[in-house]
Ligand binder design. Structure first.
Ligand code: ZN
Length: 566
């Protein structure tokens, strides 16, 4: 409720300020004011430069450039600010959550401190800001120590110096649960920043954390809040939307997007809104859409992990205090690593890396031999078996009967030998478990028919346009067994499917646990996206760590779930 009062105070204050401005507008020396908006999205706590493909940006000619890292991002923000008389730094959500160990171990407090350091003015709440529920989000916002882990990074944790916005997030009774909008004054002109998160947020977090809350229609919330700004005389309005489209490829400023929710929102929402920063889909695009009044406005997203900064340059008419739309220029700036890193942010990152060391070495389980991800000819791997079993165990409350996981989500082997950290042979540390399952995917349980389950297994063979076939072998829990034929044809390779020893009935219903990536049809498993009765579960790493703790001296399982026939 404190939050709601703050909203009222902001709106009243803005109303007064606008009244004051109206009397002096005619004396303004320049006709327009320039405002540069600098935004990033889906940073996911990537304080250190992200590795592999997560740390590269694809350019229009198909080549890639190394990008990302908090200290480089900060240096680029300083440079971009230096080129403009006025600037605001904004974030389109998922700044925290599903983070690397360096940030995740400290409940992402170092990432919030980083955002404070670069002068972030506002962020929308992404689904990952809500991963651990409302109380934790309020702690991240206002400060204080974690209720169970305490203050492990800085004592005390002081909170975010910028508001987390969510105009479509209400309590069940309809009252706002968080601040819907914030207003910044730029050269005396009020700029309204509205945040909306994806309406589908409840489908990508665990059910307990959304109990008592409603996540409403994005366009309706934008329109409702935009009208409030209209009434207060705030003509320059910017939307931070944690929802995004997919692209067909191209460089950071390409606009070949597939029809998606972000474009739908940016096209339909109130014509008073002048620009849309989006996120969630981790894509790079820079588009111009037409508002309901026929005027152009930018729609942009900057990939993820701090690899791009989305820059929108607005010209604001000082008389009308509104944006001259035809003069808007937008681009995505690559966060290259050839610039000198920001020293202050680098010191913060170094401190997080140093402090993470001892915590990462906490023991979560023991194993009797290497658990490797390399697969047998059947496609089955010992580590894949263990992870699928762990995911099944962690989703028992969803009545899960089987679990299926994607090999791409298993990033490294779990080795028996002691790591350089010296924890001892056979000991699995939290850091080692994290290295295996680093994505912070959320478990989901869906209902499939037996026929759909067969289709999913047949989709492990994926014909390519060039005539070849790629195989992506899913890893399955011990409760699922099947055979596949080397001589089988597309759609006819899999047979003898059993669940808990019983032959699968094509018309029967089966509860299947997968991570949210697979549930969305990832890696070509489109049949999984047709599942029904979706229920959320824990983060995959938590499921894995809990299983290791519950099964000490874990041995590699026998490879007997998948059988190959000639
Ligand atoms: Zn998201």
């Amino acid at each position: 409720m404190i939050v709601t009062k703050r909203i009222a105070a902001v709106v009243v204050a803005v109303g007064l300020a606008v009244t004051g401005l109206a009397g002096t507008a005619s004396a303004a020396p320049a006709a327009t004011t320039d405002l540069r908006l600098i935004a990033f999205n889906d940073f996911h706590g990537n304080l250190q430069p992200p590795a592999g493909s997560s740390g590269r940006v694809t350019l229009p000619n198909g080549t890639t450039v190394d990008a990302g890292g908090a200290a480089y991002l900060a240096a680029h923000v300083t440079r971009l600010r230096g080129q403009a008389p006025n600037s605001l730094v904004l974030a389109a959500g998922d700044n925290i959550g599903a983070s690397p160990l360096t940030s995740a171990l400290f409940h992402d407090e170092p990432t919030v401190e980083f955002m404070n350091k670069i002068g972030t003015d506002a962020s929308v709440i992404g689904n990952h800001e809500w991963d651990e529920g409302y109380a934790e989000l309020l702690r991240v916002q206002f400060g204080g120590c974690h209720p169970t882990d305490g203050c492990q990074f800085h004592q005390p944790y002081r909170g975010a110096k910028f508001p987390f916005l969510g105009a479509n997030i209400t309590f069940d009774n309809g009252l706002p649960a968080v601040l819907p909008v914030t207003v910044k004054f730029v050269d005396g002109i009020p700029v309204g920043i509205i945040g909306v998160t994806l309406e589908d947020l409840p489908s990508v977090v665990t059910p307990e954390v959304v109990k008592g809350f409603k996540f409403g229609d994005e366009v309706q919330a934008l329109n409702r809040t935009s009208r409030l700004l209209d009434l207060a005389g705030i003509r320059t309005q910017v939307a931070l939307v944690h929802q995004g489209d997919s692209t067909e490829g191209g460089g950071p400023d390409d606009c070949r997007t597939l029809p998606g929710p972000a474009r739908q929102i940016a096209t339909a929402a109130s014509p008073s809104i002048d620009a849309f920063f989006t996120g969630h889909s981790h894509q790079q695009y820079n588009c111009v859409v037409t508002d309901p009044a026929g005027k152009p406005r930018p729609l942009i997203q900057g990939a993820s992990f701090g690899r791009l900064l989305s820059v929108i340059d607005l010209k604001i008419d000082r008389k009308t205090r509104d944006v001259v739309r035809t003069a808007t220029v937008a681009h995505n700036e690559v966060v290259t690593r050839t610039i000198a890193p920001d020293a202050g942010v680098q010191a913060l990152v170094d401190e997080a890396v140093t402090k993470a060391g001892p915590i990462a070495n906490r023991q979560v389980g023991t194993i009797t031999a290497d658990l490797v991800r390399a697969a047998a000819p059947s496609g089955e791997s010992p580590l894949g078996d263990v992870i699928a079993d762990a995911q099944l165990a962690a989703t028992q409350s969803n009545q899960a009967q089987i679990a299926i996981t994607n090999p791409g989500g298993i990033r490294t082997d779990l080795t028996y030998a002691s790591s350089p950290a010296g924890e001892g042979n056979g000991v699995v540390t939290y850091g080692e478990a994290f290295a295996v399952q680093p994505f912070g995917n959320i478990m989901q349980t869906i209902t499939l028919t037996g026929a759909q389950l067969k289709t999913v297994l047949e989709q492990q063979w994926q014909p390519q346009p060039n005539g070849t076939t790629i195989t992506r072998f899913l890893q399955v829990s011990a409760s699922l067994k099947y055979s596949w034929s080397q001589s089988g044809t597309q759609g006819n390779r899999v047979s003898g499917i059993t669940v808990n020893g019983q032959p699968v009935d094509p018309a029967g219903s089966y509860r299947v646990s997968v991570n949210n990536f697979l549930a969305a049809g990832g890696d070509g498993f489109t049949e999984l996206a047709k599942g029904t009765n979706l229920a959320g579960g824990p983060v995959d790493l938590d499921a894995f760590a809990a299983y290791l703790t519950a099964h000490p001296n874990l041995a590699p399982p026998a490879s007997d779930r998948v059988t190959v026939t000639p």
